[in-house]
Design a protein around this ligand. Structure first.
Ligand code: C2E
Ligand code: MG
Ligand code: MG
Ligand code: MG
Length: 292
């Protein structure tokens, strides 16, 4: 065993090893300790319903407060957490923290909203995922209908029958299910209709140029029509401009999330933001006035 490890180590330290790989190694070592050191935190990005003007959900987005590197974004450590298997513990921490926080907001009197949690591939493939989620909901006292899980097409397509089985368990519990980054993966329409889902989140890539690129505009319109045909909500992510918002509203997109409405916020900033919004309400018209 030691021999085996020695050999592996030897291979790791060959001259070809680039700076990036070394950084990854250091990061993996630190990542290991990050949970115990309480270095993770969640930011929350509000999702706006374009028909009612209500904040319907908040997406929980993890950050790593690294002692030397500062705030590390998820793209820089989630893949590493997947590779090293740490994603199980981190994912459970995210679920626990997000549900606890949402319950606290409800008890503090904020209008009820769903909390949306991103699931990783490894986490989704764990046999006990629905049991873990049921336990977290019971422990935190959050009603299942205020939890939403986000999966990507690649997670969903890895093993279609298994995916359907897990999603069905979650839906039976009353948990909401969203397909994240929709349109960038390779799920077929035949498969899509078999997944128990509530929401399609259209990937930012398609939203970016909707007001200047006719093809992207056509794609969004088609996704909205497809989603509605399958009785799903359609949410656009990465909405940054008023022009994009107007377009989305015109094509009957149900909701939006993006810097235009709000950046991801720390927990206490969410409380303030929601209180301000519920005082004023948000219609498209007063939203545009605010931006003038
Ligand atoms: P995602 O789930 O698609 O999340 C949306 C990402 O877009 C977030 O990046 C968010 O900050 C960013 N964003 C939101 N609005 C805008 C906008 O108007 N313009 C632009 N340019 N970007 C916008 P973030 O927080 O860096 O997260 C990146 C990805 O990391 C997420 O993509 C998700 O796949 C993953 N992730 C985040 N938190 C978790 C987590 O707790 N667990 C797992 N497994 N993955 C996570
Ligand atoms: Mg997401
Ligand atoms: Mg997304
Ligand atoms: Mg993404």
């Amino acid at each position: 065993r030691a021999k085996q490890q020695g050999k592996d180590n030897f291979q790791l330290y060959t001259p070809e090893m680039n700076k990036k790989a070394l950084e990854q190694l250091v990061l993996a070592n630190h990542l290991h300790k990050a949970l115990n050191r309480d270095e993770f935190l969640l930011h929350y990005q509000p999702q706006l319903n374009l028909k009612t003007g209500q904040i319907v959900a908040l997406e929980a987005l993890i950050r790593w407060q690294h002692p030397e590197l500062g705030l590390v974004p998820p793209d820089q450590f989630i893949p590493l957490a997947e590779e090293t298997g740490l994603i199980g513990a981190i994912g459970e921490w995210v679920l626990q923290t997000a549900c606890t926080q949402n319950r606290a907001w409800q008890l503090a009197g904020l209008p009820p909203m769903r909390i949306a949690v991103n699931l990783s591939a490894r986490q989704f493939q764990q046999k006990r995922l629905s049991k873990t989620i049921a336990r977290v909901l019971a422990e935190t006292g959050l009603d299942p209908s205020y939890l939403e899980v986000e999966i990507t097409e690649s997670i969903a397509m890895y093993d279609v029958n298994f995916t359907i089985c897990i999603l069905q368990e979650l839906q039976d519990m009353g948990v909401y299910i969203a397909m994240d980054d929709f349109g960038t993966g390779y799920s077929s329409l035949a498969t899509l209709r078999r997944f128990p889902l509530h929401t399609l989140k259209v990937a930012r890539e398609f939203v970016n140029d909707i007001t200047t690129d006719q093809k992207d505009a056509a794609i969004i319109k088609s996704i909205v029509a497809l989603g509605h045909g399958l009785e799903l909500n359609v949410i656009a992510e990465g909405v940054e401009t008023l022009e994009q918002l107007k377009f989305l509203h015109a094509v009957q997109c149900d909701g939006m999330q993006g810097y235009l409405f709000s950046q991801p916020l720390a927990a206490d900033a969410v409380t303030q933001f929601c209180q301000q919004q519920s005082a004023g309400g948000i219609s498209l018209s007063n939203f545009s006035q605010k931006l003038e």
